[in-house]
Ligand binder design. Structure first.
Ligand code: ZN
Length: 123
């Protein structure tokens, strides 16, 4: 999560302006709704104190945010790795679950080596 106040101020400014150049530079999590948005989301902008900014969508997912259904912060960027795509699908299938780094690891394993998944030792 981005904690530098100067960055937060700047990113919030870009968020309010729906600055498309900042697509992929940051993501915003709205604390009051638990939703993750891209800078250009058409939804009403939250107050700054309700925003958390992230440099990657993965970080935001780990902080329990869910992708916004309007701006689809994870769906329409081509930069997304297969692991993240799988994670998004898994999150959408299990919306109540808390996701962790271990889940990312497992998904990464199953994304790259589907056959090794059954022998996966979950320590
Ligand atoms: Zn949104």
């Amino acid at each position: 999560m981005i904690t530098e106040q100067a960055k937060i101020d700047h990113f919030y400014d870009m968020l309010v302006k729906k600055e498309s150049n900042y697509e992929g530079i940051f993501y915003v999590g709205v604390k009051t709704t638990g939703i993750l948005c891209r800078p250009t989301c058409p939804a009403k902008k939250p107050n700054k104190e309700n925003c958390e900014f992230f440099e990657t969508a993965q970080e935001a997912l780990l902080a329990s945010y869910r992708p916004c259904k309007r701006c689809r912060p994870l769906s329409s960027t081509s930069k997304l790795s297969n692991e993240v795509k799988l994670l998004v699908q898994a999150i959408e299938a299990n919306p109540e679950r808390k996701w962790s780094d271990k889940d990312f690891d497992k998904l990464a394993i199953s994304a790259t080596q589907p056959d090794a998944n059954s022998k996966n030792n979950s320590a």
